[in-house]
Design a protein around this ligand. Structure first.
Ligand code: SF4
Length: 341
């Protein structure tokens, strides 16, 4: 084996021995060496979301993290090319923050059920219904929807963003469950459009978007696991239903979950989130007992492979573009969020 590939194989094996079959590791190590060489040649940076498959996650990204962490990295990079191993709305955010750089998304099919749940017309109609109410949009939206909003948020800073706004009525789009969880944490009532408002009441007006992965977890899942492992620490992503986050021990963004597992001691951990994220945390914490309840791999994140990442660098594809008028308005909302934390 070529010595460079051997070094990569050993590095990946140290992390992934229990997670990825050996034959796959050897093949992926070869791919990783090829990708990293091209990355250098093209002066590119690779950003890898926490939901990337473990072999990719632990070999080629210069930075890994959740949407917020990667937005910050995208805003700081001095490389000519940004390859975003994540989904389209994330690559668009990188382009919004780096208009002069080439942003590549390795798969054209990497969408998101949340981003697809809302349009610019929907946001304009909500503004008409609730005049003067500021609009907060989750970063899991497309650039044109971000452009219609006052400020963006991620699951990691949504509470801070909402608390930074003075208005009694705030429009929070498009994730119904995240909105409901944030309303609970900020002492607001969560309502869907059309529900009557009471005078002087602090409310969060939401939308019916759902993450097709996190909506699948149920309180019954938690009850079943707790009956077998009474002291298990259960962590739920805030895109899970309020009933599920309420029955869990901790709810936080993917970044916050990683920190929680790193910094706490429990006999077992159960992560109610995307499968690959669970694998990546298990690989990073081999001494901890991670229970698996992996029902759903995000079909959109799953379209990003190492083979496609190699082709993205080789053939300069798929280039992400955002029309300049949209970009400028969306940038205001994204930078306002980054300014908050
Ligand atoms: S995990 Fe959910 S929110 Fe994230 S990209 Fe997939 S569908 Fe969208």
């Amino acid at each position: 084996m070529n010595p460079e590939i051997n070094v990569m194989y050993e590095k990946m094996k140290a992390r992934l021995e229990k997670v990825v079959p050996d034959v796959e590791l050897r093949y992926k190590a070869e791919l990783a060496v090829e990708i990293n060489a091209l990355k250098k040649e093209k002066n590119a940076v690779i950003l890898g979301h926490n939901y990337m498959e473990p072999a990719l996650y632990y070999s080629i990204p210069d930075f890994v993290g959740d949407s917020l962490e990667l937005s910050r990295k995208a805003a700081q990079t001095d490389k000519d090319v940004i390859v975003f191993c994540g989904v389209k709305f994330m690559a668009e955010t990188a382009k919004i923050l780096n208009p002069t750089k080439t942003v590549l998304l390795p798969s054209e099919r990497a969408g998101c059920s949340l981003a697809a749940s809302i349009t610019t017309e929907d946001v304009r109609s909500l503004r008409e219904q609730y005049p003067g109410a500021p609009v907060v949009t989750y970063v899991n939206t497309y650039a044109d929807v971000k452009a219609e909003s006052d400020i963006c948020c991620t699951s990691g800073n949504a509470v801070e963003v909402v608390n930074s706004l003075k208005s009694d009525t705030i429009i929070f789009l498009p994730d119904e469950y995240l909105g409901s969880n944030v309303a609970h944490e900020t002492g607001r009532r969560f309502l869907l459009p059309g529900a009557p408002l009471s005078a002087n009441e602090k409310v969060l007006i939401g939308w019916r978007g759902r993450c097709e992965v996190h909506e699948k977890f149920t309180v019954q899942d938690i009850t079943t696991v707790r009956s077998q492992f009474p002291d298990v620490a259960i962590l739920a992503h805030p895109e899970c239903s309020p009933e599920v986050t309420g029955a869990s021990d901790f709810s936080g963004s993917t970044g916050a979950m990683i920190k929680y597992v790193r910094e706490t001691i429990a006999p077992q951990y159960l992560l109610l989130t995307e499968c690959s994220m669970g694998d990546n945390i298990a690989a990073e914490n081999p001494e901890k007992d991670m229970l698996r309840l992996c029902m759903v791999r995000c079909p959109h994140m799953n379209t990003i492979t190492m083979e496609d990442t190699l082709n993205a660098l080789k053939y300069n594809r798929y280039v992400v573009e955002v029309p300049e008028d949209v970009r400028l308005r969306a940038e205001r909302a994204v930078r306002r969020m980054i300014g908050i934390g």
